[in-house]
Design a protein around this ligand. Structure first.
Ligand code: ADP
Ligand code: MG
Ligand code: ZN
Length: 572
């Protein structure tokens, strides 16, 4: 049955569809306004946080307007589930993507052409095919929905070249309203979406981006896996959560570590077999209390309401990524944690990745800007939420009292002198000895440690040798990290050697009237006293059902070990 529509239905029908078809009492936030606007034939750009309820914004207009709603989505893996859920509600939905065989596609196409569908989900690459465009031409389209519209933004990690071709929709069907939806909302991305999709006349609907039930915390990183374990044991025992890591190898290692410590964890990254990925994803969605350790390949479109924590063990590349990823926590509105471990090596590593990234200088500058904003969030002494929302153009009058800096305000100190000592050590080594070193070596020299390397190069004869004995190793790492974050210092080369930047000179010559205000490093968390378990001990503690996971991990690790050894940068 066709759920509702016959030609001539009105806006007031939207509410009936909401209640009768979807079984909800009322619209949320700006859903009603958006739905009315699109039913009336207007274009819309919808910026709504993850879990905000974007789907209804195109599903209801698709049902109310005559014709079929065509939904472009990159989430091929979720299409079957979405369509099944709609079918259960009595909505006639179908999809076309590369997972289908010829016969399945042909059936869906026939259903579309004969007007037996309410909604058709399409993978973006389908729209590059003339056959798909011809098909759409044979039926009646009620609305074009472009979900996850930030995929059109070229700098982002979700960029899909096929999205660039979506402007063809407007050229061919100028009278059909279009609605683009995303949870990524900076002004720059918004402009890019509007331009690239030729949505110039679209009305923008920007929701409140605050997720008050999420507690944001960024902790200094020393032993991230152990810190994570501590967090899980003390605050999130038995909870479902997502742990993000930068590399596939770290995903594997971290998952293995958690399993060995009695936590139900699964790995997920693009290097695993399709079937393994699908199996892990569906276990995470269906079972209680699983921890998914993943690269950013995991999560887009995942609608699991009770994710209690999202942990980042490596620094995300951008605030937008961080916001999207942490936004997967607490979709049910219950208290949840967004926790991140962040340290010097993250800054070095991300700067390095940018230096090595493909693309031109303009692209690298864009990546740098995104990283700078992320670092500013990490280093802030003010409310994290205020800063996060400000990034998305949203003012918040008060500190939130639900982030680490509000709950335990960090102290700061004038690090100008420390910065000068450090920078002049870097300069002297370069000018007087023609040598460049990484952070570890520089700290040894500053603190006057007579290591073999120091003796070998007779650095104890340097005038700066030992000038920094007043600060601890950890404090110096903090100084370096924060100078890197503020671009008063830079890294280069395969060994992450420290070099000056254009702004370093201002600090050295005291021309910069700003003090170098540095966040006080917390006293280093007491190192766990008991020696950490050997792999063998850990394996003995492992629950038997974990063994198959381990076997796959080991096989995968063996296969990738050689690649890993070629990692181009060294972390201190
Ligand atoms: P988004 O795409 O913005 O991340 P979804 O469209 O997947 O969010 O919706 C998130 C969840 O909120 C879904 O479980 C959905 O059923 C629910 N939801 C959306 N709108 C409403 C509403 N008006 N009333 C109740 N639940 C809603
Ligand atoms: Mg969605
Ligand atoms: Zn706060």
């Amino acid at each position: 049955m066709r759920a509702v529509a016959s030609p001539g239905l009105e806006v007031s029908d939207a509410r009936q569809v909401l209640q009768r078809v979807f079984g909800y009492d009322s619209f949320r936030g700006s859903q009603q306004e958006i739905v009315d606007h699109v039913i009336g034939g207007g274009d819309a750009l919808v910026l709504m946080p993850t879990g905000g309820g974007k789907s209804l914004c195109y599903q209801i207009p698709s049902l109310v307007r005559p014709g079929v709603g065509v939904v472009v989505s990159p989430l091929i893996a979720l299409m079957q589930d979405q369509v099944d859920a709609l079918n259960e509600l009595g909505v006639r939905a179908g999809f076309l993507n590369s997972t289908q065989n010829y016969e399945q596609r042909r059936q869906t196409e026939a259903a579309f052409a004969s007007g037996e569908l309410d909604l058709l989900y399409l993978a973006p690459e389908r729209l590059r095919l003339d056959s798909t465009l011809d098909l759409l031409g044979r039926g009646e389209v009620s609305v074009f929905a472009i979900d996850e519209a930030h995929c059109v933004a070229q700098w982002g990690h979700d960029f899909r070249p096929d999205y660039l071709a979506l402007s063809v929709l407007h050229e061919r069907w100028p009278e059909v309203p279009r609605i683009a939806l995303t949870a990524t909302a900076t002004q720059a991305t918004r402009r890019e979406i509007a331009t690239r999709l030729e949505l110039t006349g679209a009305r923008h609907f920007v929701s409140d981006f605050d997720r008050p039930n999420i507690q944001y915390r960024i902790a200094p990183k020393n032993d991230p896996r152990k810190q994570l374990l501590q967090l899980l044991r003390t605050e999130h025992a038995g909870d479902a959560g997502i742990v993000y890591r930068l590399s596939r190898a770290e995903v594997e290692r971290t998952a293995e570590f958690l399993v060995a410590n009695g936590i139900d964890a699964l790995p997920y990254h693009a290097g695993l077999d399709k079937e393994v990925r699908a199996a892990h994803q569906s276990r995470f969605l269906r079972e209680d209390g699983l921890v998914m350790v993943a690269t950013i390949a995991f999560g887009m479109g995942i609608d699991k309401p009770d994710v209690r924590f999202v942990a980042h063990l490596d620094l995300p590349k951008s605030v937008e990524g961080y916001y999207q990823e942490t936004g997967r926590a607490g979709r049910d509105g219950q208290p949840s944690t967004a926790w991140m471990a962040y340290g010097l090596q993250d800054v070095v590593q991300q700067r390095k990745l940018i230096e090595l990234s493909e693309g031109d200088d303009a692209h690298r500058r864009t990546l740098s800007r995104h990283l700078d904003a992320m670092l500013a969030l990490c280093e802030t002494v003010e409310c994290r939420r205020t800063q996060l929302l400000a990034y998305f153009g949203q003012d918040s009058a008060m500190a939130c009292q639900n982030c680490d800096t509000c709950l335990a305000p960090p102290e700061s100190w004038d690090g100008t002198v420390a910065a000068q000592k450090l920078l002049s050590t870097v300069v002297r080594l370069d000018r007087e000895r023609n040598q460049k070193f990484g952070a570890g070596q520089i700290i040894d020299i500053l603190r006057g440690k007579k290591t073999p390397k120091v003796e070998q190069f007779r650095h104890d004869s340097l005038s700066v040798f030992g000038v920094g004995a007043d600060l601890s190793d950890n404090e110096w790492r903090g100084v370096i990290r924060q100078l890197l974050a503020q671009r008063l210092l830079s890294v280069e080369g395969d060994y992450g050697t420290l070099v000056l930047t254009e702004s370093s000179g201002e600090v050295l010559r005291r021309e910069d009237p700003r003090q170098v205000l540095l966040r006080t490093e917390p006293k280093r968390a007491a190192a766990p006293t008991a020696k950490s378990k050997t792999a063998k001990q850990a394996a003995q503690d492992m629950p038997p059902e974990a063994e198959p996971v381990f076997q796959r991990l080991r096989a995968w690790r063996a296969a990738t070990a050689r690649e890993e050894n070629k990692a181009p940068f060294i972390i201190f």
